[in-house]
Design a protein around this ligand. Structure first.
Ligand code: HEC
Length: 120
């Protein structure tokens, strides 16, 4: 019995999800990437989020969650943050702060270059 409990504890330890992983899942599930990018790199008017201070990001998300925005553009974020719990925000901000780029992360390919004279 003792070994069985030990075994269960080990399983639990092995499969325990880190805050980073939970944040990553949320980031994908809540479609944050559609504006802030797959690599948290941001695009157009959407700010990049990779490796930014956890405290500040938490403050921003909680402000959006309480339906406060300083500009009309920021109001966009309200919809995406009202459903977040404190734990969700904690996980998301850990993911942003600790973000490490993975080899296989897909992103928009902006390296495409047109060569030649365009046929003219
Ligand atoms: C529809 C596009 C859109 C989606 C989807 C979106 N955001 Fe945003 N996000 C914005 C805009 C716009 C701003 C405000 C930019 C500004 O300050 O002008 C913003 C700002 C932020 C900020 C504050 C950054 C800063 O520099 O102050 C954080 C943090 C953030 N978003 C996280 C998230 C998370 C987490 C999700 C998913 C739950 C998400 N966003 C989904 C558009 C989006």
């Amino acid at each position: 019995m003792r070994f069985f409990i030990l075994f269960l504890l080990m399983i639990n330890f092995l499969y325990a999800e880190t805050s980073y992983e939970a944040g990553k899942k949320l980031y994908l599930a809540k479609a944050c990437y559609s504006c802030h990018g797959n690599k948290l790199e941001g695009m157009h008017q959407y700010p990049h989020l990779a490796n930014r201070a956890k405290g500040y990001m938490t403050y921003r998300l909680k402000k959006f969650r309480s339906r406060e925005a300083d500009t009309q553009q920021q109001e966009m974020m309200i919809t995406f943050s009202v459903g977040l719990s404190d734990e969700d925000i904690d996980n998301l901000t850990t993911y942003m702060y600790e973000y490490v780029e993975e080899e296989n992360t897909e992103s928009y390919d902006d390296s495409y270059q047109v060569s030649g004279d365009g046929g003219s």
